[in-house]
Design a protein around this ligand. Structure first.
Ligand code: ADP
Length: 320
């Protein structure tokens, strides 16, 4: 193997740059040439590649976003788009591609591998919704960003005896809501995986908490549960506590990656290059019990991730 490429695809996540840096440096140190692909699979289709050097990844380990840019590429899902991407790889002699992204991007990697270009996936998503992997790159940073913001919100909620309903990212996965909710001591945590009962899970908990002398509340809601404005109105009506909804939005994706995400990305990047050099393909790098491992992408995509119920129960018991 002489030449590989790296791309970042789908939703961005803090730590993607650290992964790019690790892949580029590991590969160059092992004698490979590396191309950076601009804007995910679109860059392969349009032949937007830049040769990477040891220095082209200097001073990026601390930066959020991705220096390679990212994109969603509907064209890549068509046979014509795929053919163009494969031709670009052949034209440049690219023998392997490292794909940093989420499950959508891994489906793309699976497809590209089927078309003869070996791919390795590195899980980069703030949602932590890759089943084979305990913690994805970006999840820790996003959870910390939410905690920072909700701590600020708490100051004003406390001063006014208010309830803050906070919507965080996670259309199908409640990991961010659960972790950040536990870390800020939210009175209620609502996640897409577990149906909630309005009175039992919110109103009664607020009332019980109130009787012990606490009069401000945080209700943490994953995006997939939705309707935070309506929920805030209902809570105010049912409890008489002034309630405001706050949607944190895209700010959760940004910012400098945490030490944990930088280290994880560095280790996964190096591991991914090793896999390619060993002749492996269609694999996704993951962590299990703190150890780096790899899974077949087909197997990884078929796995279901369930929420950590122990964490959920503990959060529920102590946040009242
Ligand atoms: P994420 O990787 O963050 O889950 P997306 O689901 O948007 O993000 O996927 C990123 C890109 O991966 C898509 O825009 C598309 O180019 C590619 N992709 C997704 N699903 C497939 C598929 N089934 N076949 C080929 N490519 C796919």
């Amino acid at each position: 193997m002489k030449k590989i490429a790296i791309l970042t695809s789908g939703g961005d996540a803090p730590g993607m740059n650290a992964a790019v840096r690790a892949v580029v440096r590991t590969a160059i140190n092992r004698g490979l040439e590396v191309y950076g692909v601009i804007r995910g699979y679109n860059g392969l289709i349009r032949d937007e590649l830049i040769p990477m050097t040891l220095r082209s990844v200097s001073d990026i380990i601390h930066r959020g976003g991705t220096v390679l840019y990212t994109a969603r590429s509907p064209e890549f899902c068509t046979e014509a788009g795929m053919q163009k991407a494969v031709e670009t790889c052949h034209r440049h002699g690219i023998e392997g591609v490292v794909v940093c992204g989420g499950d959508g991007s891994f489906r793309g990697a699976q497809d590209l591998t089927r078309h003869g270009i070996p791919c390795i996936g590195i899980p980069c998503t703030i949602d932590n919704d890759i089943a084979c992997c305990e913690a994805t790159i970006g999840y820790d940073t996003a959870a910390n960003t939410i905690v920072d913001m909700v701590d600020k919100l708490r100051d004003t909620s406390q001063s006014h005896d208010r309830c803050s309903v906070v919507e965080v990212m996670g259309r199908h996965a409640g990991w961010l809501a659960l972790t950040a909710g536990m870390a800020v001591g939210a009175t209620s945590i609502l996640v897409p995986e577990i149906p909630y009962h309005f009175d039992k899970d919110i109103v009664d908990r607020m009332r019980n908490t109130s009787t012990t002398g606490k009069h401000h509340f945080i209700v943490m809601v994953a995006e997939g549960v939705g309707h935070v404005n309506e929920l805030a109105e209902r809570i105010e009506e049912a409890t008489g506590v002034e309630t405001r909804a706050t949607v944190l939005g895209h700010v959760q994706r940004g910012g400098s990656p945490s030490a944990r995400d930088r280290v994880l990305a560095s280790q996964m990047g190096s591991y991914a290059v090793n896999l390619l050099m060993e002749g492996k393909s269609n694999r996704v790098v993951a962590t299990q019990s703190g150890q780096l491992v790899d899974f077949d992408i087909n197997e990884a995509l078929a796995m279901k991730k369930s929420l950590n119920m122990n964490k959920y129960q503990v959060a529920k018991e102590i946040s009242i």
